[in-house]
Design a protein around this ligand. Structure first.
Ligand code: HEC
Ligand code: HEC
Ligand code: HEC
Ligand code: HEC
Length: 182
């Protein structure tokens, strides 16, 4: 577990040096965004996972609610020897298919997409900018990447029902307090 966190942190540090360049490029990237089926692939090719503590700074309510879900404990459900097996790790982490970042548990970005770019305040306040910077729509396809028969404990998956218990509670959007005055 320590090793995975260290990898994630190292990636985070490397990123903080290059994020200026990436931010400037995201409009160009958006123009190349492919159709829905590959959006995760597209997002992972251009943006990095940053970890749920970054999201918590601005979304404490969603964070606290997420922390009570099974997703927040998915890594601990694996026994130490299973945590070393690729065939188990796959769905009990965030960012398995990304080349260079891996975070334990099914965290924010497992559903919302890698947040290195969209987490910036100016993009978050404009959902179109956020989407161009990697914020993905959450739908049934998001879930069935992991909720499928490849899971040894899989029985069935019913999206509408699973959304009620598996996802954090929802909170009204708070209008930005720093809205420009003009
Ligand atoms: C600097 C503060 C900040 C950070 C950091 C941040 N957000 Fe946001 N986020 C906002 C604001 C402001 C909004 C728009 C108002 C709202 O939804 O409360 C927003 C909106 C959202 C929305 C709703 C978008 C929609 O459909 O309208 C999602 C989902 C979201 N953020 C996820 C995340 C995730 C996941 C992370 C971490 C990778 C993150 N945010 C990090 C400030 C932030
Ligand atoms: C990255 C993989 C992944 C994604 C994406 C994912 N889940 Fe999960 N989900 C898991 C894992 C792993 C568990 C089991 C955690 C544990 O108990 O250790 C789980 C558990 C759950 C549970 C509890 C199941 C139970 O038996 O109690 C629900 C409900 C759920 N997820 C709903 C969803 C929904 C709805 C979505 C999409 C919006 C989603 N999940 C997306 C991996 C994922
Ligand atoms: C394809 C994705 C996937 C893979 C691969 C996977 N899991 Fe899971 N795991 C899940 C999901 C999703 C759940 C939630 C329950 C369900 O729907 O299967 C879960 C739940 C669990 C749970 C909690 C079960 C419970 O009853 O609360 C354990 C323990 C677990 N998995 C162990 C493993 C082990 C061990 C492996 C490797 C042999 C593994 N998983 C591989 C997706 C996966
Ligand atoms: C299992 C998938 C899943 C995970 C994990 C997840 N979310 Fe969400 N989130 C959703 C869904 C579904 C919505 C409803 C909006 C939508 O359909 O896009 C949502 C909505 C939001 C919103 C919009 C406001 C609201 O409350 O509905 C914010 C902000 C947000 N999530 C932040 C987060 C943060 C921060 C984390 C991690 C602490 C997180 N999410 C983890 C699925 C997820």
């Amino acid at each position: 577990m320590k090793r995975l966190i260290i990898i994630a942190l190292a990636v985070g540090v490397a990123l903080s040096f290059s994020s200026g360049v990436r931010a400037a490029d995201s409009t160009k990237v958006a123009a190349k965004a492919p159709g829905k089926a590959d959006t995760l692939k597209w997002a992972e090719a251009h943006f990095k996972y940053v970890g749920e503590t970054k999201c918590k700074m601005c979304h404490k309510q969603q964070y606290d609610s997420w922390a009570t879900t099974k997703h927040a404990k998915a890594w601990a459900s694996l026994k130490p020897e299973e945590q070393k097996k690729a065939e188990c790790v796959e769905c009990h982490v965030t960012g398995k298919t990304a080349s260079d970042s891996l975070l334990v548990n099914v965290a924010c970005e497992a559903c919302h997409g890698p947040g290195s770019d969209y987490k910036a305040s100016a993009k978050m306040k404009d959902v179109k900018l956020a989407a161009a910077a990697g914020l993905l729509a959450v739908n049934e396809a998001t879930c069935v990447r992991c909720h499928n028969a490849k899971s040894p404990t899989f029985k069935s998956f019913e999206f509408a029902k699973a959304k009620e218990t598996g996802v954090h509670k929802h909170f009204p959007k708070v209008p930005p307090t720093t809205a420009p005055t003009k």
